[in-house]
Design a protein around this ligand. Structure first.
Ligand code: ZN
Length: 125
């Protein structure tokens, strides 16, 4: 993945401005503690991550359509489970569990998308 693109910053959960500092205190997409704990500023370029009070409330509106894209086909698949083969009937509960495990990465990626919508990559800081 090419550094300097918004996709790099979003998927690697890096600061949108320098793309070196981590967005979260506990880095990584799949973590189980301190899930939404972010530093106030980027540890590398000092970019402010708390731009205004309630800034990350807007991240809910970013994650909502992503959740719909994932869960609506799963719900439709669940309703048509009787007509599917036995293999899908067995694997369906595991798909549901796996999709619930996506919640933490989804919350983190939504925050990264929101920050990338307001902050651009720069080499001058
Ligand atoms: Zn930075």
């Amino acid at each position: 993945m090419k550094k300097g693109t918004k996709l790099y910053s979003i998927l690697k959960l890096k600061c949108p401005r320098c793309q070196i500092g981590n967005l979260f205190n506990n880095p990584g997409l799949l973590v189980f503690s301190r899930v939404l704990e972010m530093p106030v500023k980027c540890p590398h370029c000092q970019q402010d991550f708390k731009q205004e009070p309630g800034f990350y409330t807007a991240a809910l509106w970013i994650s909502y359509p992503i959740v719909l894209i994932i869960f609506v086909p799963l719900i439709i698949l669940g309703f048509s489970l009787d007509s599917l083969s036995g293999f899908f009937k067995i694997i369906y509960p595991f798909i549901i569990l796996l999709s619930f495990m996506l919640q933490i990465p989804l919350m983190r990626v939504s925050r990264a998308i929101l920050l990338n919508m307001t902050i651009d990559y720069s080499t001058k800081w």
